[in-house]
Design a protein around this ligand. Structure first.
Ligand SMILES: [Zn+2]
Length: 370
């Protein structure tokens, strides 16, 4: 498996002309950022030394975004209320950003493919047959893939319709609920947090909670968009639903503060992709000029420079072809998949060993009504 060459924002700066170009752009924009203060300190370092770096989201709507002048963590200038955010993900998120409350066939195919992908990515590192929990499991493609590979896999999902769909049609153990409702029993082998941490009001609170759920040396796989690449054109980086934007450096710093060490830095589509291990230590520090390195990554490309790269067009073509592949015959493929999974579930329920497993304690959280 390919790995990045190291952490930090200098990873891609492997020729002198690019370094000089970035330095020039950075020096032009840094002095333009006004200071900003807010009631909430930085989730990573607790400081309150922000700079306002953007006032529009990727759709051109108003959205103030700040960088912490101490640690470089990028976040919304105004953090959402915790209760409002929970209600939003329980009732509105899927409809607002996916245009649907219940998953369409191509989304089911995409989730199923994603499950195969993450199983292949992580299986070499996770203990066989271990207990794996996914936070923000969606309709359960990942959970089902791990369960079929022999893991004791389950997940939680705040959206009622997606949780219900996964349970009913993918036979996946998806429970309706939020992370903070789960007990800290120090018994899980692994937790998956895939494209979720950027949506949370306090990633630090979330990682500390997960730390308490894992057994000693338990593993956390966390993946999110990488502001250091960056993942979008400069004017399209910020997203209302993404309360935080991480670079590898800021996410590693946060993980260390919450009691994790980096076991592996994986390569998953250019995202920040870290396999972390629970430790008894919370030793951490902020590197000098951390905020400057976040800004360097953010301004690596001009708008023209971003769109004129071969890598952009190759990635876009691959994405479009993949997306088309998910849509072709999706309804029929989903029907066949549902029938196969339902048949497998009926067969397994007749095996004595599986009936014994069914007698295990009931799910911790209330199940959605399907
Ligand atoms: Zn900070």
């Amino acid at each position: 498996m390919e790995k990045h060459t190291g952490l930090g924002s200098n990873r891609s700066l492997d020729n002198r002309s690019e370094v000089l170009s970035v330095a020039k752009r950075y020096s032009q924009v840094a002095c333009d950022y006004p200071n900003f203060s807010r009631a909430d300190g930085c989730d990573l370092c607790d400081k309150n030394e922000f700079r306002l770096i953007a006032q529009r989201d990727r759709r051109g709507g108003p959205l103030d975004t700040v960088v912490c002048g101490h640690c470089g963590l990028v976040s919304h200038a105004k953090l959402p209320d915790r209760v409002e955010l929970q209600a939003y993900y329980a009732a509105q998120y899927r409809e607002q950003y996916h245009g649907q409350r219940t998953p369409r066939p191509h989304r089911v195919i995409r989730a199923w493919k994603a499950g195969q992908y993450y199983l292949k990515l992580l299986r070499p590192y996770l203990p066989a047959g271990g207990q794996v929990c996914e936070i923000g499991a969606g309709l359960g493609g990942n959970v089902k893939a791990f369960a079929m590979a022999g893991y004791r896999a389950w997940g939680i999902e705040p959206g009622h319709e997606y949780a219900s769909y996964g349970r009913r049609y993918l036979q996946a153990d998806i429970r309706l609920g939020q992370l903070e409702e789960l007990p800290r029993q120090n018994d899980l082998d692994a937790v998956l947090l895939i494209h979720v941490i950027e949506h949370l009001r306090s990633p630090r609170t979330a990682l500390e909670h997960i730390h308490g759920m894992l057994r000693p040396q338990g593993q956390l796989y966390v993946e999110c968009p990488n502001l250091d690449v960056p993942h979008s054109a400069p004017h399209r980086c910020f997203h209302l639903a993404h309360v935080y934007n991480f670079t590898p450096e800021t996410l590693v710093c946060l993980a260390r503060r919450c009691g994790f060490r980096v076991q592996h830095e994986l390569n998953s589509g250019g995202h920040v992709s870290l396999l972390l291990e629970k430790t008894a230590s919370t030793s951490w520090h902020v590197e000098p000029r951390a905020a400057d390195r976040t800004l360097q990554g953010l301004h690596r490309f001009s708008r023209w420079g971003y769109y004129s790269r071969f890598e952009y067009w190759a990635k876009r073509m691959h994405r479009d072809v993949t997306f088309l592949g998910h849509r072709i015959g999706a309804s029929l493929r989903v029907r066949h998949l549902q029938q196969r999974l339902a048949r497998d579930a009926r067969l397994s329920s007749h095996r004595p060993a599986d009936r014994a497993n069914d007698a295990q304690p009931a799910p911790i959280l209330a199940m959605p009504q399907s």
